[in-house]
Design a protein around this ligand. Structure first.
Ligand code: DGJ
Length: 725
């Protein structure tokens, strides 16, 4: 809503509360209900039958007086009931067995939550049953992002059963629709695949529960009329803030109108809702750009850093992880030696991974110990206190791996609390990585999981970071706690998880945490309000990571994307591996002692430069300049908000012999300022091959002529710093 409209409406009867400014409840919506950002309008109107309709969704309209001209459009939140012939956003059975729902507009209210953030609540009700549905839409004006969720409430004689309960329904009208999905598997996450949508339905969904995104992340892009490009075309990016089963339904009807339903996957999840209880759906977050995916991504990045990501506007630590250097095979001495390495190369934290716990069932491999969160006395006689002391002595922070939602059958926890574990009482359990999932619908289990973190923190206040892993999907979907209401499991598990994470965030608001799920098995903005960053993939082969990080960067800011230099694909140079990991939240996970002296000097200098450039890389605007999907090269660039500095990352993957090379043109520099071009991340003694290295050129020249930065060598990379003088 623009400020003039807001003020006009305000004059008609606004209410002031302590922090929130609200417009009076409107008795009827003759004029459109306007959900508005600086660049987008979503307009809702009420038709003659009293139904709420989506009148317009598209680029922001300039002339308020013309809004009345718009036809009402089609139903904005279609339910299963008379008249609807397509997938419903909401479907329920009433206690009398009737399966229909027909919603009409009742009232709406718009509140200004903060500068540039408005929330519109539209109340709908059924004329035949006491059911109320609230559509809650929050618009972030500056960031051009809208969030949509619903609340469902009733006052019937008994429970209603919810069969479908989307967070949002959007309608689009265009000549053609081009869907990009982000799917894959373990170690090949977030691959972009584009499909043209034609008549009928396409579903993107997950039924996996805990490791819900192992095959597909809850995010998509839909481009209108032409396939999506980074810089051109109208494109909608959408993502669901839910760390469990999700479902996006894309349905093209006989008039070529596209409906997009986004929400929890109701698969095996018919939800009983008691009278007067509120069912709240998760937020669907979306942004519409008329200038391609690049602009849409930057909108989401800004929004996430300001409003969603834990510690979104704070710094991030570089780290050395021991996982791939030791796996389960370590003791205190070996870890202290790794901490020496951490100090030597210049990272800010040492992260101790899996294998530090369990005594009766020591965690020497992945078959046992999960659930017994007590230091293994043999490996770590001094416990975690000795390790945090050792880290402090070396001037670095200490981080710890946990996987508190899981249990191995060989553990004390399993022996003591068999009823806390999800599995069928009358069937053989099915294992994934030799483990089972704890029943987070059960408040006692929630207490245990919260208590695990809380105890570790109170006994070791110097723990500066957690890596929270989650390696198994829900393979045995039965909760002893839920009794005869098993279909609540998939939803209530996530609610239980959020209840735990909420308490952790409340008690430890500044504690950075990495979200990990056997790689990128959990990558959603619901979890990321409790986590500062996530582990996109166990695959750290730099050639693969270019694709994986490219995919995730469409939705998540680089500061949330952990990227480690490891020994995956050791045939590539340490420079290439570092150059790829630097395009994210940089860390290392390798045996430093096996690096040559030159490699160590390189890493030390790269870390110094990374720390210096970190604000530009992590908080700047991201431009994906050359896609690895379109050839054998990739280039990305981040630009400081004030355009005083940019960092350009260029990668040659597997170029053809004698391939003609194109210059890379940076974007969003100030055309009138002059930038010094400086190649960084050179090996000791190596001189830059960049023709313009150390020259000073205008932003205008650089953006129009570009830099000859690509080569025909395999797995070669160049990182360039552009600093305004
Ligand atoms: C899976 C994670 O993705 C890895 O980084 C590592 O933490 C292992 N789990 C430890 O078991």
């Amino acid at each position: 809503m623009n400020s003039s409209l807001f003020l006009t409406l305000l004059r008609r009867g606004a209410m002031l509360s302590a922090a929130v400014l609200c417009l009076g409840v409107c008795p009827a919506a003759e004029s459109p209900i306007r959900i508005h950002t600086d660049l987008t309008d979503l307009l809702l109107k009420v038709d003659e039958q009293g139904r709420l309709c989506q009148s317009y969704f598209g680029p922001a309209l300039q002339n308020e007086q013309e809004l009345a001209m718009l036809p009402p459009g089609n139903e904005a939140f279609a339910t299963h009931g008379p008249g609807n012939q397509f997938a419903p956003a909401l479907q329920m059975t009433h206690p009398d067995g009737n399966t229909s729902l027909q919603l009409v507009y009742e009232k709406h209210q718009t509140c200004r939550l903060d500068e540039g953030i408005t929330q519109t609540t539209v109340s709908l009700r059924d004329r035949a049953y006491p059911v109320e549905v609230k559509l809650i839409l929050t618009a972030f004006e500056r960031e051009n992002v809208i969030k949509s969720r619903t609340e469902i409430l009733h006052d019937e004689r008994g429970s209603v059963t919810l069969h479908a309960y989307a967070s949002s329904m959007l309608r689009l009208q265009a000549g053609s629709y081009h869907l990009t999905e982000f799917s894959g598997d373990w170690a090949r996450e977030a691959n972009l695949t584009e499909t043209r949508l034609t008549f009928g339905k396409k579903l993107l969904d997950s039924p996996l529960g805990t490791r819900a995104n192992m095959f597909c992340s809850p995010m998509f892009a839909v481009a209108l009329d032409t396939p999506a490009s980074e810089t051109n075309g109208t494109v909608l990016l959408g993502t669901l803030a839910w760390s469990g089963n999700f479902r996006f339904t894309f349905e093209v009807d006989q008039n070529n109108e596209l409906r997009i339903l986004a929400g929890i996957n109701p698969f095996a999840s018919e939800y009983p809702l008691s009278p007067k209880k509120v069912f709240r759906t998760p937020e669907f977050i979306f942004t519409l750009s008329t200038r391609g995916i690049g602009e849409a991504s930057r909108s989401l990045h800004d929004w996430a850093r300001r409003h969603q990501l834990k510690e979104g506007e704070q710094g991030r630590m570089t780290l050395l992880n021991n996982w791939e250097a030791t796996f389960f095979d370590f003791d205190e001495e070996r870890l202290c030696a790794i901490m020496d390495d951490a100090r030597e190369i210049g990272v800010e934290m040492f992260l101790l991974d899996d294998g530090w716990f369990g005594n009766k069932h020591p965690r020497h491999d992945d078959t046992q110990g999960l659930g017994d969160w007590v230091e293994n006395r043999e490996k770590l006689p001094g416990g975690i206190p000795a390790l945090t002391r050792a880290a402090k002595k070396r001037g670095i922070r200490f981080g710890l791996w946990i996987e508190p939602e899981m249990v191995n059958p060989r553990s004390l926890l399993y022996e003591k609390h068999p009823d806390w574990i999800l599995r069928y009482p009358n069937r053989e359990a099915c294992y994934f990585r030799n483990q089972l999932v704890l029943d987070l619908t059960n408040p006692e289990v929630q207490e245990f999981v919260f208590g695990t973190v809380d105890r570790l923190m109170s006994e070791n206040p110097d723990i500066a970071y957690f890596k929270w892993d989650c390696n198994s999907p829900i393979m045995n979907a039965h909760s002893a706690y839920l009794g005869s209401e098993q279909s609540r499991l998939w939803v209530d598990y996530v609610k239980g998880l959020y209840a735990v994470l909420e308490r952790i965030r409340e008690k430890y608001p500044d504690l950075p945490m990495m979200l990990c799920s056997g790689g990128g098995g959990r990558t959603d903005y619901g979890a990321l309000s409790y986590f500062t960053e996530f582990w996109p993939s166990d695959n750290t082969d730099p050639l693969e990571r270019i694709f994986i990080q490219w995919g995730y960067s469409c939705f998540f800011p680089l500061k949330s994307l952990c990227a480690h230099v490891t020994n995956w694909n050791r045939s590539t140079s340490i420079k290439f591996r570092t150059d790829v990991a630097m395009m994210g939240k940089l860390g290392f996970d390798l045996v430093v002692k096996k690096l040559s002296p030159d490699e160590i000097r390189f890493v030390q200098q790269a870390l110094k430069d990374y720390k210096r450039l970190r604000p530009t890389i992590l908080d700047g605007d991201l431009y994906r300049l050359v896609s690895p999907y379109s050839g054998q090269h990739a280039a990305l660039q981040t630009v400081a908000k004030d355009r005083s500095q940019a960092v350009l990352f260029a990668y040659d993957l597997n170029p053809r012999y004698g391939e003609p090379l194109q210059p890379v043109r940076p974007e969003d520099l100030d055309p009138d300022r002059r930038y010094r071009i400086r190649e960084i991340n050179l090996m000791p003694g190596e001189s830059s091959r960049l023709a313009l290295n150390d020259r000073v050129l205008s932003g205008d020249y650089l953006m129009k002529v570009g830099l000859e930065i690509f080569s025909t060598e395999r797995a070669r990379s160049t990182v360039v710093e552009l600093t305004a003088e």
